[in-house]
Design a protein around this ligand. Structure first.
Ligand code: ZN
Length: 77
């Protein structure tokens, strides 16, 4: 099973539909057992929808933003 860190590293690719079938299954499997990441991906989706609604390209520091969100997210436990 993926760790939360591995899952989060793939989360943005998952939202972009860029994972292979195998990676997608692993991601779904992780979400089934991990409420924290379910909440995280929900926030990511909301954020993605918001970003897509804006007429600007994605920030190049998106990965840093995700890493920051994840560390905040794990502190909330
Ligand atoms: Zn997780």
């Amino acid at each position: 099973m993926l760790s939360c860190k591995q899952y989060v590293a793939r989360a943005s690719d998952q939202l972009d539909g860029q994972l292979s079938v195998r990676e997608r299954l692993q991601a779904r499997h992780h979400l089934m057992f991990c409420p924290n990441c379910r909440r995280f991906i929900k926030q990511m989706r909301l954020m993605g929808a918001t970003l897509k609604a804006l007429p600007v390209p994605l920030p190049s520091d998106l990965e840093a933003t995700v890493a920051r969100m994840m560390s905040e997210h794990s502190r909330q436990r």
